[in-house]
Design a protein around this ligand. Structure first.
Ligand code: ADP
Ligand code: MG
Length: 219
């Protein structure tokens, strides 16, 4: 009897071997607000290679956080496909998504998201046993970055990581991201500050739930 070969999209080796850590196809998200529908993403086609450093910009409400939530496996798309490290994650249920998220994604949010009771056990030798709420915004963000890297994730996602910091501290945090990138990490960060975006090597503008432009940063 002939062996039937089932074509499967659920794992794509071709993406992995070509170094694509993220691929999305016609990714869309609709939020139901009572009787209203909010089309937050309207078909995003995106490819990001391992080791890239990408900034996502765009006006408020354009869909940046929605895209980050999908990329970060915090939410599922309404339609479209998303492969993360070769795996089709757009079809996964919440438990499977949580498993992939813990394995593949490191998150850095704005400073206030750090759990106040967690002890900051990172490279802050003079403050080794302090709780995060005793740390400055910049120190907290260093803790958040160190924590994001604990599981050696495939990608580091940062949504406005310098949003609550003064510009000097913001630059220090961006120097940390530059180091992570040099060490081979894949970084995707959302920012509305052009200065911050210029640290990345590629800037993607989102407008009305779609990619409006996608350009390399001239260094
Ligand atoms: P950005 O991060 O670029 O400011 P968002 O992705 O947060 O944009 O939002 C995109 C659109 O989706 C906005 O119109 C916003 O109001 C809407 N939106 C975001 N999250 C939700 C939600 N949980 N429920 C309903 N609408 C939402
Ligand atoms: Mg946002």
């Amino acid at each position: 009897m002939a062996v039937e070969i089932v074509e499967t999209e659920s794992y794509r080796e071709d993406l992995v071997s070509s170094g694509l850590v993220i691929k999305t196809s016609e990714l869309a998200k609709v939020y139901e607000m009572g009787s209203e529908q909010v089309h937050a993403l309207r078909g995003v086609d995106l490819e990001i290679h391992k080791g890239e450093y990408v900034a996502i910009m765009g006006p408020s409400g354009s869909g940046k956080s929605t895209l980050m939530n999908l990329i970060g496996c915090l939410d599922s798309p309404s339609s479209g496909k998303y492969w993360l490290a070769g795996r089709l994650v757009s079809e996964l249920d919440d438990d499977e998504l949580a498993y992939i998220r813990n394995k593949e994604i490191g998150f850095v949010f704005q400073t206030f998201n750090l759990l106040p009771r967690a002890t900051a056990l990172v490279d802050l030798t003079d403050r080794m046993h302090h709780k995060p709420n005793e740390l400055s915004g910049g120190q907290r963000q260093r803790v958040a970055i160190a924590r994001a890297l604990v599981n050696s994730p495939s990608i580091v996602l940062a949504d406005e990581p310098t949003g609550n910091l003064d510009s000097r501290t913001g630059e220090e945090i961006m120097a940390l991201f530059a180091n992570l990138h040099r060490e081979g990490n894949t970084i995707i960060l959302v920012t509305h500050e052009n200065d911050i975006a210029q640290h990345a090597h590629r800037v993607i503008y989102i407008r009305d739930g779609k990619i409006a432009s996608d350009e390399a940063v001239k260094k």
